[in-house]
Every structure is written in structure tokens, then in C-alpha cells.
Design a protein around this ligand. Structure first.
Ligand code: NAD
Length: 245
């Protein structure tokens, strides 16, 4: 008998009763693909405070430090592959059990795994845009400029480039309003791999009648959850997919 089998069984029953669920994912779903999260033991918060490095203020006041850190942490993400957790969610969506994946992640792994309805509420790593003329360019062009020892600038107007991710201090994008609408259309939200401490994205977990949480560590919303699966996202979501498909 696996450690969380009873909880997975309960989650499967809940999902069967509430098809069209919203899934809210965080950095924890991608750790099994090799991308460190912020708050797990060994996560990025142990070495630095990302707020000091990944904020609008940091980009404006210390652009060299911002881009050096950004390229080090997120540069390799383009080569990373989705894991069993991402794949299981794509399968559950194809079968109608999941309606929308709302992700706080910027790594693009839900798209790579085949999920169709993904709302990236913290943006993504695919592109950067020019703060001067608003043109968009592939992220790789900015990272190449950083690797060559400079700051990324626009080839058209020489304005500063910035990533299309939501930095601390940025307003939330339209995808967040759409995520709220999506959650309101569901009766179940499943949180996967999130500490639920980043606001306002964590508010998505409060909008449905039913809540399930799949996470390795406790979260502030655990006491509100109908089902709590304390385990790895890959194994847990694969077992969930096997149970309902
Ligand atoms: P977080 O780091 O605050 O919390 C991650 C949670 O996932 C932790 O509670 C941890 O216990 C859990 N976890 C770690 N590995 C797991 C696994 N294999 N299975 C199940 N649970 C696991 O992450 P957050 O809540 O998403 O907030 C951090 C912010 O930083 C978000 O905006 C996030 O998107 C961003 N971020 C993104 C990436 C990425 O795109 N992959 C990586 C780091 C940080």
C-alpha cells in the first residue's frame, strides 16, 4: 500500500464528482524536472532573497546584477523537460477532468507537456520586450547579450529589454483575471507544488467550493482542504490519473 493511496483515492472521487477542475500549480511541480523552487529545503530562498534580485526595483536600480542572476537561474530552463506530474495533468485535461491549469511558473513546462488551457499568471520565459518601443523578442536574444557581457538592449531603438515575467512590484497580467473567472466556473481547485504564500496568486485557491492540495510541505490553506496529499507531484498526479482514467 503506498503512503498516500487513501488520499489519492479520495482525491479521485472528488475529481470524478467535480469534473472541469481548476489546477493551480507552483514551483514544486517542476522540481522533479530539475528546476529549484523557492521555499523547499535547498530552494533558492536558502541562498538569496529573490525579492532583492527579481523585483522591478532590482531591474531598475541594479540591471547587471538582475540579469546575471536571472540568466543563471532561468537561462537553463529552456532545455528542461516536463515530468510525470505535468504529463498527468495534460492527460487529465484531455479527458475533461481538468478545465484549466493556472500556473505561477514561468518555465513553460505545462505547454511542453501538452496542456491546452494554461494561464501563466506570472508570465513566461519565452520572450522579452523593449521598455522603449514595446517590441517583443525571443528570450534567447537577451540571454545571448548577457552571455556576451552586456545588458540586453533593443536592436531597433536601443531601449532596455525586460523579461515577460511578473516581477515583484509588477501589476498582475490579464491572465490573472482570466484565472479568477476560470476558478469561478469550477467547483474544485487542486493545488500542486505551491507554498501558497505568494499573493495574489494564492487567492485562486480560495474561490471554489472544494479544495485539494498536493504538496510536500504544509501550506497555510491545509486546514481548508477537503483532501491533502503529502507527497511528490509526479507520483501523486500519475496515481490520480491512473485512478480516474
Ligand atoms: P514555493 O517555492 O514557494 O513553494 C514550492 C512548494 O512546492 C513547497 O511548499 C514545497 O514543499 C513543494 N514541493 C517542492 N517539490 C515538490 C514536489 N516534487 N512535489 C510536491 N510538492 C513539492 O513556490 P510557489 O508557491 O510557486 O511560489 C514561488 C514563486 O516563484 C512563484 O511565483 C513561482 O512560480 C516562482 N518560481 C517559479 C519557478 C518555475 O517556473 N519553475 C521556479 C522557482 C520559483
Amino acid at each position: 500500500m503506498c503512503a498516500s493511496c487513501a488520499e489519492i483515492e479520495r482525491l479521485a472521487e472528488l475529481l470524478q464528482a467535480h469534473k472541469g477542475a481548476t489546477v493551480l500549480t507552483g514551483a514544486g511541480i517542476s522540481t522533479e524536472s530539475g528546476i529549484p523552487d523557492f521555499r523547499s529545503p535547498g530552494g533558492l530562498y536558502e541562498s538569496i532573497d529573490p525579492m532583492d534580485y527579481l523585483s522591478v526595483n532590482a531591474l531598475t536600480r541594479h540591471p547587471e546584477r538582475f540579469w546575471t542572476y536571472f540568466a543563471k537561474i532561468f537561462g537553463p530552463v529552456g532545455e528542461v523537460e516536463p515530468n510525470a506530474g505535468h504529463v498527468a495533468l495534460a492527460r487529465l485535461e484531455a479527458a475533461g477532468f481538468v478545465a484549466t491549469v493556472v500556473t505561477q511558473n514561468i518555465d513553460g513546462l505545462h505547454h511542453k507537456a501538452g496542456s491546452q488551457h494554461v494561464l501563466e499568471v506570472h508570465g513566461h520565459l519565452r520572450t522579452v520586450h523593449c521598455e522603449g518601443c514595446d517590441r517583443t523578442f525571443p528570450m534567447s536574444e537577451a540571454l545571448d547579450q548577457v552571455a556576451a557581457g552586456g545588458l540586453p538592449y533593443c536592436p531597433q531603438c536601443e531601449g532596455a529589454l525586460r523579461p515577460d515575467v511578473v516581477l515583484f512590484g509588477d501589476p498582475m497580467p490579464m491572465a490573472f483575471a482570466r484565472a479568477i473567472e476560470a476558478a469561478h466556473r469550477s467547483s474544485l481547485t487542486i493545488v500542486v507544488g505551491s507554498s501558497l504564500t505568494v499573493s495574489p496568486a494564492n487567492s485562486i485557491a480560495q474561490l471554489t467550493e472544494h479544495l485539494a492540495i498536493v504538496n510536500r510541505d504544509p501550506t497555510p490553506a491545509d486546514r481548508h482542504a477537503d483532501v491533502l496529499v503529502r507527497g511528490g507531484a509526479g507520483d501523486s498526479l500519475s496515481a490520480l490519473a491512473e485512478a480516474v482514467l
